[in-house]
Design a protein around this ligand. Structure first.
Ligand code: HEC
Length: 205
């Protein structure tokens, strides 16, 4: 997966893709349709749902969901539980206006999203994950969940690679990582630049 520039988040960590806290029915829905209230599959995982799990029987999907729920989860470090909220940094503040202009119409003024259409960005692990590859991919090249029998017409996320500079993308991502209760470190313009350069080499665009 690294070859395609995607990071596969850990199923053993509630801060990444761990599913212990998800209701079984929501996991089944994600594997069957590619969409759930708490997340959408994208990148290589969208292929898995499209060509694989949407065709599994309900019994197999339930068994898989129970297995995934039962995986042992890493505990959040004491530090992350007790540390005081960080004030948003300079980049995050610069990203606020950009967010209102470019993102809020879909994802909501408070990052609340719209059920069934646009994912929330508040309390969304895809936003706060320590590794930022997937976030950068979505922002630069857009996001399209799989069109499945259970969710035939998913909404898409437009690509911003032509519209925003490295500094602007860094600012808006830093903003969503530090707003509405999210508390993840900033994304730097250099991170954006590095991702663009890496993807330009690997993907025919
Ligand atoms: C036209 C509506 C629209 C706009 C405008 C838009 N998005 Fe999205 N966004 C979506 C949709 C739909 C998805 C789900 C895509 C998918 O299924 O992969 C999404 C997914 C995302 C995700 C991944 C969430 C997850 O759970 O995987 C992030 C992060 C994100 N958008 C951030 C932004 C930011 C930041 C902006 C502004 C620069 C923005 N979006 C503008 C519609 C939009």
């Amino acid at each position: 997966m690294a070859a395609q520039g995607w990071y596969a988040p850990s199923l053993l960590d509630a801060r990444e893709a761990g599913l212990a806290q998800w209701p079984t029915a929501e996991i089944v829905r994600l594997l069957k349709t590619g969409h759930a209230d708490r997340g959408t599959v994208s990148g290589p995982m969208a292929e898995v749902v499209l060509h694989g799990s949407q065709h599994f029987s309900d019994a197999d999907l339930s068994a898989m969901a129970m297995y995934l729920k039962a995986l042992p989860q890493a505990l959040a470090t004491v530090d992350s539980l007790t540390s005081a909220p960080r004030a948003p940094g300079r980049l995050a503040m610069a990203g606020e206006q950009l967010y209102q202009d470019r993102c809020a119409s879909c994802h909501g003024e408070q990052g609340e999203g719209q059920p069934g259409a646009y994912p929330p960005l508040a309390s969304n692990r895809a936003v706060t994950l320590a590794r930022t590859e997937n976030l950068l991919q979505t922002l630069l090249y857009g996001g399209f969940g799989p069109a499945t029998a259970g969710h035939p017409r998913p909404y898409g996320m437009p690509p911003f690679t032509q519209l925003l500079s490295d500094a602007e993308i860094a600012a808006v991502l830093s903003h969503i990582r530090a707003s509405w209760g999210n508390q993840a470190p900033e994304v730097s313009p250099l991170d954006v630049h590095t991702m663009r350069a890496a993807l330009a080499q690997t993907l025919p665009r």
